[in-house]
Design a binder for this molecule. Structure first.
Ligand code: NAI
Length: 292
């Protein structure tokens, strides 16, 4: 990927901002865009404070941190992606919205550009079918948070070329990640296995088998998971979990993937997890207490 230096990232939420940070620290020029300008303001401050933390922990030198911040630019609109070599989409987990974006990116991006999706579960083949370059469309599924997690799952659509796969694999390795390769089926590898477990944790809570704390403690101490499934769901975002369960349910046609009504209800109520301050657990700070 020596000749591919400019990475565009579309979507500046928790995944897009993490991917942009990772690529900027790794020495790529990065252009980050979100349709919500406030998100970009928040992304800028979260990336700079995260990079400062790396410096204070001795994991990054001051000059490498300055370089990373110089590598990162914010796009005003999608037209700014015309010179990008690889564009990584990390917007909302909706097939309709992603397809619209791929259609637009295909018109703007240069002919040689690769269009990658960070989707957790949506068909790469279907996203690719909206473009005139299906051989250059691929799944590049980062784990959350992208700067820390060691894995990238690469998904080959029906028409993804060997050359594009090799380029994206080498990009992932330059970002310091281990790569696994999945065929293009709902949920790929990681979420095909992880999400039914999270959904089952919701059913365990919903049917009154145990408290949320005991479910999470059971899986942490009983199976050595670093986070309990409900805590992890809040971290991922309950809306993202629900979208993935819907993709598994519709795509694999088995009732065992039916989303738990409690997960659906939380999403309907806007309890989306950490990003909203409330999900299965509450993350809202206690109101300040008056001194006696
Ligand atoms: P998020 O909700 O934090 O961020 C999504 C961002 O996309 C928002 O800032 C929104 O303003 C922006 N957006 C929506 N439509 C847009 C458009 N048409 N153009 C430009 N920006 C647009 O979501 P998150 O968690 O960052 O997820 C993004 C993608 O990454 C999803 O496909 C999700 O499935 C995937 N993913 C999420 C993981 C997680 O743990 N949350 C892990 C791995 C992948």
């Amino acid at each position: 990927m020596a000749e591919r230096q400019l990475i565009g990232v579309v979507g500046g939420g928790q995944m897009g901002s993490g991917i942009a940070q990772l690529a900027a620290v790794a020495g790529f020029h990065v252009l980050l865009y979100d349709s919500n300008a406030d998100v970009l303001v928040r992304a800028n401050s979260s990336i700079s404070s995260s990079i400062r933390r790396l410096v204070s922990k001795g994991q990054l030198s001051q000059s490498a941190s300055d370089d990373a911040m110089k590598n990162l630019k914010f796009a005003q609109n999608l037209e700014d992606f015309r010179d990008a070599d690889v564009i990584i989409e990390a917007i909302v987990e909706s097939e309709v919205v992603k397809k619209t974006l791929f259609l637009e990116l295909d018109k703007i991006a240069k002919v040689s550009a690769i269009l990658a999706s960070n989707t957790s579960s949506i068909s790469i083949t279907r996203l690719a079918s909206t473009t005139s370059r299906p051989s250059q469309v691929i799944g590049m599924h980062f784990m959350n948070p992208p700067p820390i997690m060691k894995l990238i799952e690469i998904i080959r659509g029906a028409d993804t070329s060997d050359a594009v796969y090799a380029t994206v694999k080498s990009l992932a390795e330059r970002l310091g990640k281990t790569v696994i390769c999945s065929q293009d089926y709902p949920g790929f590898i990681v979420n095909r296995i992880l999400m039914p477990m999270i959904n089952e944790a919701f059913y365990t809570l919903y049917t009154g088998v145990a408290t949320k704390e005991d479910i999470d403690t059971g899986m942490k101490l009983g199976t050595n998971h670093p986070m309990g499934p409900l805590e992890l769901a809040d971290f991922i975002g309950l809306d993202v979990c629900l979208s993935i369960m819907n993709v598994l349910h519709e795509g694999l046609g088995d009732s065992k993937y039916s989303p738990c009504p409690l997960l659906v209800q939380y999403v309907d109520a806007g309890r989306l997890g950490r990003k909203k301050g409330i999900g299965v657990y509450s993350y809202q700070k206690e109101p300040a207490k008056l001194k006696p």
